[in-house]
Design a protein around this ligand. Structure first.
Ligand SMILES: Cc1cc2nc3c(=O)[nH]c(=O)nc-3n(C[C@H](O)[C@H](O)[C@H](O)COP(=O)(O)OP(=O)(O)OC[C@H]3O[C@@H](n4cnc5c(N)ncnc54)[C@H](O)[C@@H]3O)c2cc1C
Length: 320
């Protein structure tokens, strides 16, 4: 069986959840091989983590020489590994960084690339991806027809699957060109942590709209009870009730969680574009004719200021 390379998405060696989702997809396509580019002292921890989610091999690349040089060196590392292993596919998380690495890699390997897949399945003749395009109005199945399929996959496209792989660690020494070192990060500050999961990666998103009237407390309380991220409609953002980074939709972020709870959001097409690939959609709205009810799995007709605190209380009670 051919290898499927999965680029490990990590922060200082701590592997992020989308990597485990990619490994679950890689198992459908071939033999999962994870690629760790990072500090030599972090490699064994990361290798141990991905082994538990089925990595048969872990290529570790010491980043001492390339640390701080944006994305170009990572594309060169993957290019050289792909030339060595001839993988059946290369899977990368659909972050801004992941997509830029994938784009550069596709040019280097003269291969086809598919970005923002929400599902990937194996088929004769290579992986078939599903994408949601044109503001979510079309679902497209696609296949790479030239070279090694390079696919970036959105968070939550698959559930992580625990199960030991062989996890055989192999150090890989890549040769990085000077051209790849032409842009360097000179300073970085971590964003202040809210304690909530990152919006685009969260398994549950609780969003609020104009119907909150500017009071996001019920939204935040319900989100915290569920361990969810908080999102918002553009109306809530434009009113200055929440930061722009919370906006979901055509001109905001696209989310695809297991559960999306829309509160006081009417369901305008531009909002749907950012959330309609969510697995289960629930809405709370006091207008039983609100368009959001056309796409929900469960709907509650009621005032969010009453419904959400009651639901939060019940959840907290059941958590014991
Ligand atoms: C080019 C363009 C790009 C856009 N991009 C985006 C985007 O990225 N994201 C986005 O969200 N929008 C976007 N919009 C705006 C979009 O068209 C809508 O105006 C917006 O989504 C409406 O936000 P809303 O649902 O919160 O507000 P409204 O449409 O005003 O809906 C509020 C809802 O709250 C309900 N409600 C009121 N009070 C309560 C209560 N107490 N309890 C329960 N329910 C209550 C009402 O019944 C209503 O259904 C864009 C528009 C354009 C033109």
């Amino acid at each position: 069986m051919s290898e499927v390379l999965v680029l490990i998405d990590h922060v200082d060696g701590a592997v992020r959840k989308p990597t485990y989702e990619l490994l679950a997809i890689a198992k459908r396509l071939g033999e999962p091989s994870a690629v760790f580019i990072g500090g030599a002292d972090q490699a064994s921890g990361a290798a141990e983590a991905v082994k538990k989610y089925g990595a048969e091999k872990v290529y570790t690349v010491d980043d001492t020489e390339i640390k701080g040089y944006l994305v170009a060196p990572k594309a060169e590392v993957l290019q050289q590994l792909a030339e060595k292993t001839s993988p059946a596919a290369i899977l990368i998380s659909s972050s801004f960084e992941g997509k830029e690495i994938a784009g550069r890699l596709a040019i280097k390997l003269k291969s086809g690339i598919i970005t923002d897949a929400v599902d990937v399945q194996s088929s004769e003749g290579g992986p078939v991806t599903t994408q949601s395009v044109f503001a979510g109005n079309f679902t497209v199945q696609a296949k790479v027809t030239k070279g090694t399929p390079i696919i970036t996959v959105k968070p939550n496209a698959a559930a992580p699957e625990e199960g030991d792989g062989a996890g055989a660690v192999e150090e890989f020494a890549a040769t990085i060109s000077d051209a790849a070192k032409s842009a360097k990060i000179v300073a970085s500050q971590p964003r202040q942590a809210s304690g909530r999961p990152e919006l685009t990666e969260a398994a549950i998103v609780v969003a609020g709209g104009r119907g909150t009237g500017g009071n996001f407390e019920p939204i935040e309380g319900f989100a915290d009870a569920l361990g969810a991220a908080v999102g918002a409609s553009r109306a809530a953002v434009d009113s200055g009730w929440t930061p722009h980074t919370f906006q979901i939709g055509q001109t905001g972020k696209t989310v695809s969680p297991q559960l999306y709870v829309a509160n006081g959001i009417s369901g305008a097409i531009q909002h749907r574009a950012g959330m309609q690939t969510s697995k289960t959609i629930v809405a709370v709205n006091k207008d039983d004719e609100a368009p959001i009810f056309e796409l929900v799995d469960f709907g509650v007709v009621g005032d969010l200021h009453t419904v959400l605190p009651a639901a939060t209380e019940q959840i907290n009670k059941r958590k014991g």
